[in-house]
Design a protein. Sequence first.
Length: 345
Amino acid sequence: MALTKRRLLAAAASLMAFAVPAVQAQETPIKFQLDWRFEGPAALFLVPVAKGHFKAEKLDVTVDAGNGSGGAVTRVASGTYDMGFADLAALMEFHANNPTAPNKPVAVMMVYNNTPAAVLALKKSGIKTPADLTGKKLGAPVFDAGRKAWPIFAKANKVGNVAWTAMDPPLRETMLVRGDIDAITGFSFTSLLNLEARGVKAEDVVILPYPQYGVKLYGNAVIASESFLKKNPEAVKAFLRAFTKGVKDTIQDPKAAIATVKARDGIINDALETRRLQMTLDATVLTPDARAEGFGAVSPGRLSLMASQVSDAFDTKARVNAAAVWTDAYLPSAAERDIFKVAKK
């Protein structure tokens, strides 16, 4: 009797030993690094978390705020994060300046098909076109995407020499309003709202978006570390499927999407962030280029041109290899990625 009982207990223990790993294996943990704070655009990643899209794909995704694309790239490269959201130019720069680094991140889905970088000035400055910027004082943080890509913008629009002033991000718009500088570079949807917060009316601001002035750079993409791609290819595919569903939800109801951001940062201004989110969608996601290429995808020719432009403008140690920074192997089908069906015409 005692022997039978011991055998039963041993069998039960053995079953439990096998059962525990099975339960743990049901969900793949993914640490995800945003490019910036919990503002409107973060809803694109927080919505699929809140709606359970990641859970439905057996993923346990945690999303953390960031402090710039460069930081997101290096944290994914270091293995601190598995995946992230970063400007493609910043990823290209990392690849070209660290050619022998292990675990270089790879872009697996294009989200901002057009860079949101722009030049902004006050109308009272007399600046109306790129040509008017010649000889002017421009300001931006040294890591700002628009500032780093300035040589591409200047060449495309035959802008002469300008004088640059560097500052911390919170001072950029303040210095423009004070008249310390004539124009700034920044993400259009961020700098315009920041100027409004400093008492400037939208109609008193001149915006020169890079994409409208001959600079067809891609913007932010979902990136993943090399090792995570090799170890968890199906998890990456699952992440992109779930994320795409979240993008559709966000497009359909931006106000509800902002509630997911509010849950992470209770002090945000709902109306302001809803507007920022809609501006982001209109300027970078729901664009003619994105419709032509398909959400999430890229044009090989355009990607190669960008790689060459970034190599020159950023003066990288090695030339950017477009094939090394991008792969479409993990993308959902074109039909699954058709986010434009739910967009308001």
